[in-house]
Ligand binder design. Structure first.
Ligand code: SF4
Ligand code: SF4
Ligand code: SF4
Length: 325
C-alpha cells in the first residue's frame, strides 16, 4: 500500500496533458479554418482562448491545492468576458444552444456553429469536457454558490431531464424557424449587420434562464453542479464526445489504497477508484477534466493522459438514500 506523505502528491507533469491537448485542438481548428474553410477570422480568438487555458492550467499545476480552484475560476471569468460580454452582448450573437439550432435550421454556418463544434461537439473528442471544467459561463456563476460538496447523484428520473430540455429547445426552434419562418437574425441574408435586438434578447434570456434554473436546482439539491448533472441540454453534445475522448484521467492501481479522497473532491461525484482499481482510465462522460482529483490524491495515483477507450458503464457516487447496492 502506498504511503500518504505529501511528497507522494502528483507532480507538475501529471497535469500537463490537459493544456497540451487544448493547444493541439486549437491548432487543428485553426488549420481547418485557414486551409479548408478559407476563413481565418476565428483563428485569433482560438489563440486567445489557448493562451487563457495554457496560463491558467499551468498555474493550476504549480499552485498549492487550496489555490487551484481559484485559477480555474479565473479562466471561466475570462471566457465569460469574451464570449458573453464581447461576442454575445456587444456583438449580439446568440451563443446559447438555441442560436446553434436557429442557424442550423436556416442552413447557415455562423459564430454559434463554430463555438459549438469547437467547444462542445468535435473538440471534446480530443480534450473531453474541458469546457465544463474550465470555460463555461453558466458554472462561472454557479460555482460561487455555497453547495460545493454534494452528497452524490440523485438516482431516478432526474437523469433524463437534460434530454427533455434538449428536445424541447430543438422542437421549439424548429417550430419557429420552419413552421413560422422566424429566425431572430440570419447572418447569411444580412452579413454586414450586427445581430438584431431579438437575437440579443434570445441570448441574454437564455443565459438568465440557465442562471435562474441553476441556482434553484443547486439550492434544492444542495449541489452547485446540479444544473450540469441533471438539466443542462448542452451536456447531451458534450457526453457524446466525452464517451470516446482521447484525454482522460488515468490511475495507477498499485498506488491506490481506496481512501476515496478523490471522490469527495470530485465536482461530478464520479466513483474514481472503481475505475482505477480495474486498471481503467476514468471512463465517465461526466468527467469535466477539472483535475481536482489529481491534486487531491495523497498517493499521487492520478494524472491526465492520452489514450483510446470507450465508455462502457458510468460509475457514480449515489446519495446514501439512493444507494441500494
Ligand atoms: S454541463 Fe452545461 S452548465 Fe454545466 S459546465 Fe457543462 S455546459 Fe456548462
Ligand atoms: S474525475 Fe472528477 S475530479 Fe477528476 S477530473 Fe474528472 S470531474 Fe474532475
Ligand atoms: S486514486 Fe482516489 S481512492 Fe485511490 S489513493 Fe488516490 S485519492 Fe485515494
Amino acid at each position: 500500500m502506498a504511503s500518504t506523505t505529501s511528497s507522494n502528491r502528483a507532480t507538475f507533469s501529471a497535469y500537463l496533458a490537459t493544456p497540451v491537448m487544448s493547444i493541439i485542438g486549437n491548432v487543428i481548428a485553426s488549420l481547418i479554418f485557414i486551409y479548408v474553410l478559407d476563413d481565418p477570422s476565428p483563428v485569433p480568438v482560438f489563440g486567445v482562448f489557448t493562451l487563457f487555458n495554457v496560463i491558467n492550467m499551468t498555474l493550476f499545476a504549480l499552485l498549492p491545492k487550496k489555490k487551484k480552484p481559484i485559477v480555474r475560476h479565473v479562466n471561466m471569468v475570462l471566457f465569460t468576458l469574451v464570449l458573453v460580454v464581447l461576442f454575445g452582448t456587444l456583438g449580439r450573437v446568440n451563443l446559447q444552444i438555441e442560436g446553434l439550432f436557429f442557424l442550423t435550421a436556416a442552413g447557415v454556418f455562423g459564430a454559434a456553429t463554430t463555438h459549438f463544434l469547437m467547444a462542445k461537439i468535435i473538440g471534446p473528442i480530443l480534450f473531453g469536457r474541458n469546457w465544463c471544467g474550465w470555460a463555461c459561463w453558466t458554472v462561472m456563476l454557479l460555482d460561487f454558490l455555497p453547495w460545493k460538496k454534494s452528497a452524490g447523484w440523485q438516482d431516478g428520473g432526474w437523469k433524463n431531464a437534460r434530454y427533455i430540455h434538449f428536445a424541447f429547445s430543438l422542437t421549439a426552434v424548429l417550430g419557429l424557424a420552419l413552421g413560422l419562418n422566424y429566425i431572430p437574425h440570419n447572418p447569411a441574408q444580412h452579413p454586414e449587420e450586427p445581430g438584431t435586438v431579438a437575437e440579443l434578447a434570445w441570448f441574454l434570456g437564455g443565459v438568465g434562464i440557465y442562471y435562474l434554473a441553476g441556482v434553484i436546482l443547486a439550492a434544492r439539491m444542495k449541489d452547485n453542479r446540479a444544473f450540469c448533472k441533471y438539466l443542462c441540454p448542452i451536456a447531451v453534445f458534450l457526453k457524446a464526445g466525452a464517451s470516446v475522448t482521447l484525454l482522460r484521467i488515468k490511475g495507477d492501481k498499485s498506488r491506490c489504497d481506496s481512501c476515496n479522497t478523490c471522490v469527495t473532491e470530485c465536482l461530478m461525484d464520479i466513483d474514481i477508484p472503481s475505475y482505477v482499481l480495474k486498471g481503467e482510465r476514468i471512463k465517465s462522460t461526466e468527467c469535466i477534466m477539472c483535475m481536482q482529483c489529481i491534486a487531491a490524491c495523497p498517493n499521487g495515483a492520478l494524472k491526465a493522459g492520452v489514450g483510446v477507450d470507450v465508455v462502457s458503464r458510468e460509475k457514480w457516487r449515489l446519495r446514501e438514500s439512493d444507494n441500494h447496492s
